[in-house]
Design a protein around this ligand. Structure first.
Ligand code: GDG
Length: 734
């Protein structure tokens, strides 16, 4: 059987109707997501998991079964949810916490511990259903803010499965996100995915910043290192089914029979042929800026009275989330504003706002798109805003002006629209005037550019780009798997170890034999570590600890053992029972001039400090705020490299440290100093950039192991520091 893709969203792409007779009717819905996924449905087997839209306690068992069967015919699996679950998971946590918070409406957020519990429970329910239908080799693509915990719930049970997650709404900045009481769980939930997609780079950036600040994971431009896993983060601006909109608009041009809406629109046009229609379409949602849009229109009509009777706002507000108090309040506010504006400006032959509070069939939606000379879309925040793309796609003659909020994700792709700040009435009023007066040639030239992009990067491209990116994370994983030092790779190594006569282990200390600690003095060896080192020694293993630490620290913790020590990356060497020796003649005079530069960075960078070793200076910046961390470490590294360009002093970037020291000193040279005898088993392990010198310089037959999953010259890798001791113990098994 072909591998399948499991698509998961809160709602199934189905309309389920219960007839008065009790008969159930199911028809596929034609929303943007369903269209986008069509190609994935067709190219591979696919299953869609979600709620069918009817609370399970409102229907009897046989109806539930019937819905299930009918949904299955459409390749859909329905997750039954009770009225209470919908109330608390969907209207509660999703739409009274996540939706307002992620759209920066903090004052609307209503935390309720029970709603959170139900959110978790429903996410678990979704995950259980997915796991039930999941076969080896399947991929899972989870959608949107109602299901943030699902990726992790899948990954925990099935780490082998590739999971993608796409967020359709904005991801807010860290300063907003950090206020969420369950911020860690939410982030960990999303991070169960191998690929996380957003509409824009800004949302991606905000997400990565929250992960690094809340969870302290290492992050890169578009990847996150969470323990052993590398998670890809990227932006995929969602497109529309361009041809569907364009063709319907084209079809309507040549059609004789008209809908009532179209007839009325034309009659109005005939009454005032030079008046223009301004379109506004959204779900009635406080994020869409509907009230401010009306106020901007009022301001415009006052400021430019010559446009009275020359414009009409046709406003379609689709009922949405009527159970949530803020939506009821907004409905009232909009009703009142429309009444106020119409009352204030209407004449015997003209009403400035035509207001529809309902949803329209697709055909009429297109009629609105094609009949209105201007689209006035002014969300306060919007993940993307597909209406903007649909309006442009429907303008077959390429006329029309799009006024668009710069706060909508779509604005980043639509520079040729008139971009406005939805909080600036004056700018919005001026944009209306510009739009009303814009020459046709300019409208056409702007729309040509817009159409070209929307046509090319349509919803199918969006879905396939996401799936391709998810597939490439899978390939990456497979490639990595061959170098992972798991059971099978270790078996090969241990047989060589057992057969060997002379054995040497070159071990890094921080991040390898012990975990990092905010205070380096507290990163001390555990009892377990001493134990395993002692046993290795008894097994005729020669042990060398090669560290960046100073002599005193290594003496304090390892001086009593019959092992050899290397301090300061190779400046000092100590054979067991002897004194410390310098590995070569080193200069110190450069330190005088470099010290004040680093001290200056310490003063300017809270959380950083300078460690002075005998022959090196180390700037530690682990505790510096992420973001500032990268800026300052790059800056200092550039300054120092510039100053030291013609000397043999090198600047080395370690794990959250910058070390300045003699260029000929590195762990590779230090390791080689011990490899004078022909050892038949050489083992070396380290976690850091500085350990790469060892991996590069040890002989070909050596077993080199990197701790962590970043790029390395080592032959193998283990997931993290916690697996190192058990790896070493593996050599002790008889
Ligand atoms: C979320 C994010 C993001 C509207 N009225 C009617 C109707 N519609 C259709 C439109 C459009 C869709 O609904 C609305 O999509 P938007 O993107 O504008 O907004 P949200 O519903 O808030 O969607 C948003 C989106 O997810 C996708 O990721 O862009 O930012 O908030 O397709 O055509 N369709 C019909 N009758 C109507 O009356 N038939």
């Amino acid at each position: 059987m072909k591998n399948k893709t499991i698509i998961v969203s809160n709602r199934l792409p189905l309309n389920v109707f219960l007839e008065d007779t009790g008969e159930v009717k199911v028809s596929p819905s034609v929303g943007g997501l369903a269209t986008g996924m069509k190609s994935i449905h067709q190219n591979s087997e696919s299953l869609w998991i979600g709620w069918a839209g009817i609370p399970s306690d409102e229907i009897d068992e046989s109806t539930t079964k019937e819905i299930k069967n009918l949904a299955y015919n459409e390749n859909c699996i329905s997750v039954p949810l009770s009225e209470e679950e919908i109330e608390e998971y969907y209207f509660g946590f999703s739409n009274r916490v996540l939706w307002p918070l992620f759209h920066y409406f903090m004052e609307y957020v209503d935390y309720d511990e029970n709603h959170w519990k139900t959110y978790k429970k429903v996410n678990e329910k979704f995950a259980e259903t997915i796991l039930e239908y999941l076969d080896d080799g399947d991929k899972v693509w989870v959608h949107d803010y109602q299901l943030l915990l699902v990726p992790q719930l899948i990954k925990e049970k099935r780490p082998d499965v590739s999971v993608g997650f796409f967020l359709h709404i904005p991801f807010p900045s860290y300063e907003i996100f950090r206020t969420l009481p369950w911020r860690e769980e939410i982030l960990e939930g999303i991070l169960g995915a191998d690929l996380i997609g957003f509409h824009t780079y800004d949302y991606e950036r905000h997400f990565i910043s929250s992960v690094s600040r809340v969870l302290h994971y290492d992050t890169n431009i578009n990847s996150i290192h969470a323990g052993s896993r590398i998670i890809k983060v990227d932006s995929f601006p969602m497109g529309i089914d361009y041809e569907k909109f364009h063709q319907e608009a084209e079809k309507q041009k040549n059609k004789n029979e008209k809908t009532l809406l179209k007839t009325r629109l034309e009659q109005n046009r005939a009454l005032a042929p030079d008046a223009k229609f301004i379109l506004s379409i959204d779900r009635l949602d406080y994020t869409k800026g509907i009230a401010k849009r009306l106020e901007a229109l009022e301001y415009f009509l006052e400021k430019y009275p010559e446009y009275n009777e020359k414009v009409r706002l046709i406003m379609l507000a689709v009922p949405s989330r009527e159970n949530v108090p803020q939506y009821q309040q907004l409905k009232k506010e909009v009703d009142e504003l429309v009444g106020k504006i119409n009352g204030k400006f209407s004449t015997a032959t003209w009403v400035p706002v035509w207001y529809f509070y309902r949803s329209l069939p697709f055909e009429e939606l297109i009629e609105l798109y094609t009949s209105c000379e201007i689209a006035f879309l002014t969300p306060i925040r919007d993940g993307m805003n597909l209406v903007a793309k649909e309006y442009i796609a429907s303008r077959t003659d390429q006329t029309g002006v799009l006024i668009l909020s710069e706060m909508a994700g779509v604005a980043q792709e639509m520079n040729d629209a008139l971009l406005i700040n939805p909080n600036d009435y004056n700018q919005m009023a001026e944009a209306l005037k510009t739009a009303l007066e814009m020459p046709l040639e300019e409208q056409i030239s702007r729309n040509q550019i817009l159409q070209k992009r929307i046509k090319r990067y349509n919803v199918e491209k969006w879905a396939s780009a996401f799936m391709e990116a998810l597939n490439s994370t899978t390939q990456l994983k497979e490639e990595k798997l061959t170098r992972f030092l798991g059971k099978s790779n270790f078996e090969k190594i241990i047989s060589k170890f057992k057969a060997s006569q002379s054995r040497i282990f070159l071990l890094d200390y921080d991040g390898t034999l012990t975990a990092y600690h905010k205070n380096p003095e507290k990163a001390v060896p555990s009892y377990e570590l001493y134990n395993v080192l002692n046993q290795l020694i008894q097994n005729q293993v020669e042990i060398i600890i090669i560290s960046g630490r100073d002599r005193a620290f290594l003496d304090r913790h390892f001086g009593h053992l019959p092992i050899q020590l290397v301090a300061e990356h190779g400046v000092w060497i100590k054979n067991s029972g002897s004194k410390w020796k310098m590995s070569q003649n080193l200069q110190k005079d450069w330190m005088e001039s470099i010290r004040p530069i680093i001290e200056n960075f310490v003063d300017r960078t809270p959380g950083s400090f300078l460690e002075e070793k005998e022959y090196s200076l180390v700037w530690h910046y682990r505790k510096v705020a992420p973001g500032l961390r990268d800026i300052r470490s790059n800056e200092l590294s550039n300054v120092l490299r510039g100053l030291l360009a013609n000397s043999n002093i090198a600047v080395m970037q370690g794990n959250k440290v910058l070390e300045v020291k003699s260029g000929s000193i590195n762990k590779g040279n230090a390791a080689n100093a011990f490899l004078t005898r022909p050892y038949d088993f050489i083992f070396t392990i380290g976690d850091d950039w500085t350990d790469e010198f060892m991996f590069q310089q040890v002989p070909e037959h050596a077993v080199s192991v990197k701790v962590g999953t970043t790029e390395t010259d080592a032959k193998y890798f283990v997931e993290n520091q916690t697996s190192v001791i058990s790896l070493l113990k593996g050599f002790l098994v008889e």
